[in-house]
Design a protein around this ligand. Sequence first.
Ligand code: IMP
Ligand code: MG
Length: 178
Amino acid sequence: MRTIKVKDKDFQLFITAEEIERAVARIADSLNREMAGKNPVYLVILNGAFVFAGDLFKKLDMPCEVSFVKLSSYKGTGSTSCVKELIGLNEILRGRPVVIVEDIIDTGITMDYLLQKVRALEPADLKIAALLFKPEAFVKSFPIDYIGMEIPSDFIVGYGLDYDGYGRNFAEIYKLVK
Ligand code: IMP
Ligand code: MG
């Protein structure tokens, strides 16, 4: 089993690049069916979602725009319940169908915070596309419209996800060796 080291921790291969690519393609197919002709804005949550968003965006076959918001809630390998907004939302979302693009929904606290902020801008429609979802850790109740894969509550890195800022550049996803 392939293992890697990120800073002081060991991680083992968990999701291959091919499995990720298939999950991204499934989400893109659904969006191409359901958002075509609606002129959506894809709202990407930085930093983690930048790799997923880049691959997803290339598979979208419709007129659309992209915007970014930067939030932070993680420190090391644990979620803190305090979310910070580092790059703010933009008026482009008002009156448009918005699809939030997120790498992973864990407790859901980050997304819940963002949903309230985006709703205040009165989008015409609001959907969520998340590559990964940890159902056992989820403490909120909002629906997630597009999910690439459900995973257990292990801490993971790669494909945009980091441990303390590092490990985002792997094409595969690795989980923490306990
Ligand atoms: P939540 O607020 O607990 O749902 O956490 C969501 C954010 O925490 C995501 O946007 C990720 O950036 C980050 N996150 C959640 N789980 C992991 C993980 O296993 N590895 C790296 N980052 C994670
Ligand atoms: Mg994130």
